[in-house]
Structures are given as C-alpha cells and as structure tokens.
Design a protein around this ligand. Structure first.
Ligand code: ADP
Length: 405
C-alpha cells in the first residue's frame, strides 16, 4: 500500500478517513468540499467508486490491521462506508487511540443481527418475535410459537436480502444454510423471526454526535422489490402521526443507548396491531452509516445525510434535517444490459430538466446499484406524488434499459 500525503486545508480543518470506497464514501465528497474537510478513503481498488473522486484513496483491505493503522495515522477521525471491518481489528485500532465513529461497541449491533435483537429487546424497542436457534428442536419450538413459515437470517454478513430466507421447514432451513456457506450449519446459531405481515417498509434516519446532539429526518417509505430497495418516498405518504413520532423517538433512543455516532438508519416494518388494528411499527434492522433510504436528502433536505454524517463524526453542530419540499422521490438505478449510459443520461436531462441524476462511476452489471435519481415537488395531493414517482421510475427504468423511450 502506498502512504498518502494528506492535504490538510489551511486553518486547521480536519481529515476524515472513510474505510471503504463505495458510493456512500463517494457521496461524502461534495459536502466535504463545502465544509472544507479533507477526505481520505481506504479503498478496495484504484477504481472503487469513491477512489475516482477523492484524491487520497490508498488501496488497502479493511481486514488488514497494519494497513488500517498506517492509513489511520493521517486521519483525525475514521468512519465507515460499510460495516464489514472485523471487531478485533476495530478494537485494536481503538486501543491505538484511533478516533473511530461509530466505535466498535456501537458497530457490533449493526454487524451482528442476534446481538442487535437482544439489545433492542432489552431496550423495549418493538421487534418481530425472534429466537436464536442452534438445532432442529429450537427451530420446531419457535415455529410452534409463531407458526410456519419463519424468517431465518444469518447473524452476520447479509446485505440486500442475501442472508435472509423464508423457510417452511427445518429441512429447507438446513439446505439454505449449507448453500449460503455462512454460518454453514444450524449449530453455529441462526436468527429466527416471525414472518411479519407488514403493510409496508419504512425507514427512520437519525444522526448523533459524540457530544450527544441528535437530529432526525422525516420517516420515509422504502419500496422493495426482490429484496432490493428500488424507491424511497419522503415523507412516507399517509403515515399515522403517532407512528411517525414513535418511530423517530425510537430511532433517537437506539442511537443514544447504543452510543452511535454519525448517521443511524433504522429499517422498519409498518404493521397493524393484532388486537386493535391500530398502526404500529417494528424494527427490522440497523445500519450505522449513510443509507440508501437517505439518498433523497441530497436535494430533499436542508442538510443531506452525507453532510450530517461528516458533521456528526467531527462533533460539529448538526445541520437542519427538515425537508425542503412537500415530496421527494428517489429511485435506484440498477444495471441492465446497456454498458454505455452516457447517451441515455443526456436524453433524460433533456426530457426532464427537474430530474437529478447521480451515477456512482461503477461498471455496469445486471442488477448492480449504479446510481439513483431524485425528483421533488411542492404539490400537496397524492396525484402530485404519483407524478413524481412516475418521473423517477421512468428515469431509472430508462437508464436500466427496461424502457426505451
Ligand atoms: P439485509 O441485511 O440483507 O438487508 P433484512 O433483514 O433487511 O436483510 O431483510 C431483507 C428483506 O427481507 C426486508 O427488507 C424484508 O422485505 C424481508 N424481511 C426481513 N425480515 C422479515 C421478517 N421478519 N418478516 C417478513 N419479512 C422480512
């Protein structure tokens, strides 16, 4: 690995290190420029999404303690593009005095879904009914309580639904564990959850700084397709006011209790209470970094999640998280067959001048998240929202090659 010579801005402005060169690190660069903060990214490769826009992007593995140590010497604070840095590496860096945000004690709850369920349950945060299963008898006992099917999750390493499986029998669970390879077998311990009959998926996004200041964005609706988030509606239309307040308070309480620093995304299920039918929420999972459900904030909020994350990890006063417009809609752009996106991009700009297109500099592969588009508007009614959704959907589909005009 080559050692960077970080450029420290005049006036004592700090250097923020980000482990991982994905699109989240990339999208921190525009606010870093505006804040006069220098970024340094420990990137997977020279062509990683963030390495293409951040001049100080040495290549190194996020599992390589020596590489991290060497790089972190140049950073005032270190934060993350993903949650894959192993706990033993994090604790060694913290022991060296590296200023990690979030720290290992918080991050473990975004790395290990069993630890997360245990802790949230202790805190009295509403969760799906769950159990840790280590043998067939555990699975049968849990299914007897909540009914088949059950949702099985590998405690670690899942993303975009890859570590999640709806199972209708112990045999199906066994086969799936053997196929995914990690944990590989039931003996290693797997998280089981009731299959929640949710009305839709929501997300609460908050930020918290080391000195305890916190801010919450409006709750959003995250539309999923095949385990992947395809669209975000901000704010979640028609959301019950009490649920909105309770979910935001819950997310702020989680951030405080777990000692989260930076952005915390809390993925939620909107449900109906079994007895009263009243709307309520359950927590699905946590991410301690800027999150796909918050990309709408770049144009849609006074302070974007990327700017807020930088402010929070630096313990700067937080910015205003209010929405700028009545509605903001974000749609993810997935890879299609077309490798040459530039002509498509030009066409969309001409067709819809209000559209904001963000591409992440990644090679096209079918299904890969390549970018996102955002539209926003002031119209109060649902028809205005539908019009925004139609524009965002069209642009994302056009870039993906699903529609041709
Ligand atoms: P990942 O870590 O891969 O993102 P999640 O835990 O977020 O995995 O689950 C992925 C998707 O699976 C969720 O967005 C939701 O649609 C579905 N899901 C997860 N847990 C449950 C559950 N207990 N009941 C019903 N659906 C679930």
């Amino acid at each position: 690995m080559t050692t960077p010579t970080p450029l420290r801005a005049e006036g004592g402005f700090p250097v923020v290190g980000i482990v991982g060169g994905g699109q989240l690190a990339r999208m921190c660069q525009p606010p870093a420029v505006a804040l006069s903060v220098t970024l340094s990214v420990l990137a997977e490769s020279e062509t990683a999404s963030a390495a293409l826009v951040v001049p100080h992007s040495p290549v190194g593995e996020h599992t390589d303690l020596e590489a991290l140590r060497e790089w972190a010497r140049h950073c005032d604070v270190v934060t993350f593009d993903h949650e894959h840095v192993p706990q033993e590496v994090l604790t060694a860096l913290a022991a060296d005095g590296v200023n990690l945000h979030p720290g290992p004690e918080a991050l473990v709850f975004a790395q290990d879904k069993l630890a997360m369920r245990r802790r949230l349950t202790e805190l009295g945060i509403p969760c799906p009914r769950w159990a840790r299963a280590r043998d067939a008898a555990d699975v049968e006992a849990f299914a007897a309580e909540v009914g088949w099917p059950v949702v099985a999750k590998t405690p670690r390493g899942g993303y975009d639904g890859k570590g999640v499986r709806v199972c209708r029998s112990v045999a199906e669970l066994d086969d799936w564990l053997a196929a995914v390879g990690e944990p590989g077998s039931l003996e290693d311990g797997v998280l089981l959850e009731e299959a929640v009959d949710f009305t839709r998926e929501l997300a609460a996004l908050v930020a918290r700084s080391p000195s305890g200041q916190a801010a919450a964005w409006p709750i959003v609706h995250t539309v999923q397709s095949g385990g992947i988030n395809t669209e975000v509606l901000a704010p979640a239309p028609g959301l019950d006011e009490q649920v909105a307040v309770a979910a935001a308070e819950g997310a702020l309480r989680i951030a405080g209790a777990l000692g989260v620093t930076g952005v915390l995304a809390v993925e939620l299920f909107e449900v109906r209470d079994g007895e009263t039918g009243a709307p309520a929420y359950l927590v699905n999972e946590l991410a301690m970094r800027p999150h796909n459900s918050g990309h709408w904030t770049i144009e849609g909020s006074v302070t974007s999640q990327f700017e807020q994350h930088l402010r929070a990890v630096l313990d700067l006063p937080l910015g205003d998280p209010s929405a700028r417009d009545r509605w903001t809609v974000m749609a993810n752009v997935l890879g299609g067959d077309d490798e040459d996106l530039y002509p498509t991009y030009r066409h969309l700009m001409a067709r819809d001048p209000g559209l904001k297109i963000h591409l992440y500099g990644k090679g096209v592969r079918p299904g890969r998240k390549l970018g996102h588009v955002t539209v926003f508007g002031a119209g109060e009614d649902e028809a205005s929202l539908e019009d925004l959704r139609e524009r965002a959907r069209h642009a994302a589909d056009y870039l993906q090659g699903v529609v041709r005009e």
